[in-house]
Structure formats: structure tokens, C-alpha cells
Design a protein around this ligand. Structure first.
Ligand SMILES: CC(=O)SCCNC(=O)CCNC(=O)[C@H](O)C(C)(C)COP(=O)(O)OP(=O)(O)OC[C@H]1O[C@@H](n2cnc3c(N)ncnc32)[C@H](O)[C@@H]1OP(=O)(O)O
Ligand SMILES: CCCC(=O)O
Length: 446
């Protein structure tokens, strides 16, 4: 079948396409590398005509034009399923409304619980000969959004890698209402940041717990990426990849011969991921690569699926951990930093996996205003969000050690966690533990 005529009929300018948006509408802007660019500029040009257009997105990587033209938030309201560093910056200037959700639940939530969206707009790769537009490196909940929208507008970007499924990695032209040919901006790049000494020490402690053939999930943030790079330099063999976010570290692991996926129980031989953000090297690696399989997040992150892989090792980051073992990975007190994302999904999945282990890693402290501030804290700051309840978190790791706290009593947790704190900050934590009634006389610090 030839789709060229249908393509021509649906092809419009960005200004023409965004005429379908009305005041009060809920619309979706695409996620991550797939957020719209030309359509965003065109919508921003309609600022004076529109009021209260509510925009959904997830993990903003480019500053949207609609935010710049509407500082009073009269025309456009920004909603995110997960905040990126860019969203945090926007949130310091104006409201960004976050919806707390376990990321694995998002496609079903979109399909079954939100009101139909007026418009879904998203970037896609150029149409293939079968009439499909590939979503690029953001499978996520994209297909669910398209199904739930009355009108679908695609903005074609020939820079988007074609990410093979899995499933739900593309949309057919018959399901698209308007096509806009974009100006092909390069993808947002996450620099492959150098690892600190603290990252390296934590990474060594985690790698000691890993064995050949285990399956690796790396979470978002500096430390998990550092662990990934050190895995590439280890002598581990036949590792597998089943992850939400594909990052450069997996390319390092693959190229170093560490990662073959041969022993995975599901999707053997495939690097399974939900979305990818990284350097151009990563985008080139996943492009049309049958080694990689992109899946919606209700496949990658659902604990009962991820856990089908034996020896699932999940490595995520946190902001603070309290002496009871509650993990906060998404706020500093009431100040939102990110979101639950897939962290809880993968903590649950690792424990369900035969031989699996979840690691939440963080530097023991940060230095602010010339003072060391512990990230192991007596209690979380007022308003801090518990990402992983104490009943599910498994290993906590800092540069000073690791502690498997699952099932431990509160006094064992206090001891184990204080041993992960910076040595200069341990005494005050012991005093707090005593005051909280979770320190026994026999407790000791190594
Ligand atoms: C993606 C997957 O594959 S699945 C699951 C992974 N998802 C998750 O874990 C979701 C929640 N986790 C996260 O979002 C991240 O891992 C984080 C936020 C915990 C850490 O990410 P990093 O990029 O390493 O964080 P970083 O150290 O740069 O801190 C982020 C911000 O919080 C601030 N911050 C972090 N800890 C503290 C603290 N204890 N006190 C004050 N501020 C803090 C930093 O200053 C920084 O602020 P800025 O962006 O305004 O400069
Ligand atoms: C998009 C969600 C990212 C995360 O899980 O942290």
C-alpha cells in the first residue's frame, strides 16, 4: 500500500495544526526527546487568543516556548508526570504541577481514568514504507496518550532514532490527524558526566554484590550512571539489561563485552528499555538496532514482569534516608525535585526477582554554606516525600558502606544506617536515635 497521498493530505504547517487547540483544553506535548518544538512555537504565537490550556508532559528536556511567553500562567498551565532538572528550573519561576504516580501505572491510568485529551502532539521519526511513524526514544505511555486523544498531530523530526519494539513503539498514519514537518532539531543531550570519588566508592560496594548473568536496571541521577560505567570496567560476564531509562552506561557495558543478555529469562539477547536519554552516541546506538527493544512503561517497570528476570539488580538514587529506612528521592522538604518515577517499581521488582537485590545509593552528605549536612537523617524533613516505604527498601549504600535493612528492627536500622553516615556526623545521629528511642546500649558504630 502507498501512503504518500494520505501523507500529503494530512501535511499542514505548525500554525495551521495548532488551530485545533481551544481555551480550557487538556493537551499532551509529548515526553522527553519527543516533546514538540515547532508546534510549541506555533502554540506560543496563539497566547493572546487562548486561556487556561492545560499541557501534560513528562521529563522536560528543552525549555518550552509557551512558558516564556506566558509568565502570568494565564494561557498555558504546565503539568508533569515527572520533573527533570529543566522542570525544576521552570518550577522556580512559575507553577509546575506534578501528579504523583508509580510510573508503571501511567499507561493504564491514561487509558482508563483521565478525561479524553483534546489534542496529543508529539515528535516522531519520519514515516516508514508501511505507514508507521516511530516514537523514537520515548515509548513510555505515548501510545496510550494517542489512543486517548481526539486529535493526534505528529511533528516529524529526522534526527529521532528509530527505536524498534517491543511493542507500542509507533503510530500508523491512519491514526494521525495532522502531520507537521519540523525543522529537525538535534536531540537534547545529557553529558556523560565524570564520576566522583564518592560515586566510585559506592559503585565498588554495589559491584561486590553482583554476579555474572545478573540483569541490571540503572535509575536516573549521577550515582547510578557512575555504577554503570564501573560495571563496564569490571570482569562481570553475560549481564542483561531490563531498564526504564537507557543511558550511555549501557553502551559502555555492551562495548566492553560485559552485557550480552544471553541469560535473561525474558527477552533474551535484547536490551529492554522504556526511554533513552543520553549523548548522541547513545542515540546512534539505539537507532534501528535489533539488539534494543523499546517497550511501554507498564512492561518495563511492572514488578511482576521485570522480576521474571532472575538476579535483577536495581540501582537508584536518593536525596535523604531517615533512620527508619524511609527513602526520599523526590523532594527536599516540600520543594519538589523530581518524582516517584520508576524507583518504587524497581525496588519492588528486585525483591520479587529470584536472587534480586535493590540498591538505593546516595552520597553520605552534601556541603552547604561551608557545613557538612548528612543525607542520613534522624527523620525526613517536614513535607519530604517518602518514595520507598521502609517496609520495601532493601539495600542502602553510601561511600562508607552498604546495609541490607529489609526486615531489620528499628534499632538495627539505626545502627546500620548511622554506619553509612559521614564519620563526623555520626555522633549527632546517635543522639537523635537515642532521643527517638531506637538506640540500644549494645548498638555500636564501626
Ligand atoms: C529512571 C529509571 O530508570 S527508574 C527509577 C529512577 N527514578 C527515580 O529514582 C526517581 C527519583 N530520583 C531522582 O529523580 C534522582 O535520582 C535524584 C533527584 C534523587 C538524584 O538525581 P541527581 O541528578 O543525581 O541529583 P542531584 O544530586 O543533582 O540533585 C538534584 C537537585 O536536588 C538538590 N538536592 C539533592 N539532595 C539534596 C539535599 N539533601 N538537600 C538539598 N538539596 C538537595 C540538588 O541541589 C539539585 O538541585 P538543582 O537541580 O536545583 O541544582
Ligand atoms: C520519567 C521517569 C523517570 C524516573 O523514573 O525517574
Amino acid at each position: 500500500m502507498n501512503y504518500v497521498n494520505e501523507y500529503r493530505k494530512k501535511l499542514v504547517s505548525a500554525d495551521e495544526a495548532v488551530k485545533v487547540v481551544n481555551s480550557g483544553d487538556w493537551i499532551d506535548y509529548g515526553s522527553m526527546c519527543g516533546q514538540v518544538v515547532m508546534l510549541d512555537e506555533a502554540l506560543a504565537r496563539r497566547k493572546e487568543e487562548l486561556k487556561d490550556v492545560k499541557i501534560w508532559t513528562l521529563l522536560t528536556l528543552r525549555r518550552p516556548r509557551v512558558m516564556d511567553v506566558d509568565p502570568e500562567e494565564e494561557s498555558f498551565v504546565w503539568h508533569s508526570w515527572h520533573l527533570s532538572a529543566m522542570d525544576r528550573k521552570i518550577a522556580s519561576e512559575r507553577a509546575v504541577y506534578y501528579s504523583p504516580i508509580r510510573y508503571s501505572e501511567l499507561p493504564r491510568y491514561v487509558r482508563e481514568h483521565i478525561e479524553p485529551l483534546a489534542v496529543a502532539m508529539l515528535q516522531v521519526a519520519p514515516m516508514d514504507k508501511h505507514g508507521y511513524f516511530n516514537f523514537g526514544p520515548q515509548n513510555s505511555h505515548t501510545r496510550a496518550v494517542c489512543e486517548r486523544a481526539r486529535i493526534v498531530i505528529v511533528e516529524v523530526n529526522n534526527q529521532l532514532p528509530r527505536c524498534l519494539g517491543g511493542y507500542e513503539e509507533s503510530i500508523h498514519i491512519s491514526e494521525v490527524d495532522y502531520i507537521v514537518e519540523g525543522n529537525n532539531p538535534p536531540l537534547p543531550q545529557l553529558p556523560d558526566a565524570a564520576s566522583s570519588e564518592v560515586d566510585k566508592k559506592a559503585a565498588e560496594l554495589i559491584i561486590e554484590e553482583m554476579k555474572d548473568e545478573c540483569c541490571v536496571q540503572l535509575g536516573i541521577g549521577g550515582m547510578p550512571n557512575a555504577v554503570g560505567k564501573m560495571i563496564a570496567e569490571s570482569d562481570l560476564k553475560d549481564l542483561g539489561c531490563h531498564t526504564e531509562m537507557l543511558v550511555d552506561a549501557y553502551v559502555h557495558m555492551y562495548e566492553a563485552g560485559r552485557l550480552t543478555g544471553r541469560k535473561k529469562n525474558i527477552d533474551p539477547g535484547k536490551m529492554v528499555y522504556d526511554f533513552a536519554v543520553g549523548s548522541q552516541r547513545l542515540y546512534d546506538f539505539i537507532d534501528n538496532n535489533p539488539l534494543c527493544a523499546s517497550y511501554p512503561v507498564n512492561y518495563t517497570n511492572r514488578p511482576s514482569i521485570a522480576a521474571l528476570n532472575d538476579n535483577l539488580i536495581t540501582i537508584n538514587n536518593a536525596i535523604e534516608v531517615d533512620l527508619y529506612g524511609q527513602v526520599c528521592a523526590e523532594s527536599v522538604g516540600t520543594r519538589i525535585i523530581s518524582g516517584t518515577g520508576g524507583q518504587l517499581d524497581f525496588v519492588l521488582a528486585a525483591y520479587e526477582s529470584r536472587g534480586g537485590k535493590s540498591f538505593v545509593c546516595l552520597p553520605s552528605c552534601s556541603e552547604r554554606e561551608g557545613k557538612l549536612k548528612s543525607k542520613i537523617v534522624p527523620t525526613l524533613k517536614p513535607g519530604a516525600i517518602v518514595t520507598d516505604p521502609r517496609s520495601v527498601a532493601h539495600y542502602i549504600v553510601t561511600e562508607y558502606g552498604k546495609f541490607a535493612m529489609k526486615g531489620m528492627s528499628v534499632w538495627q536500622r539505626a545502627e546500620g544506617l548511622i554506619n553509612l553516615a559521614h564519620p563526623q556526623l555520626r555522633d549527632e545521629l546517635i543522639q537523635a536515635a537515642q532521643a527517638q528511642g531506637i538506640w540500644r546500649r549494645s548498638n555500636k558504630i564501626s
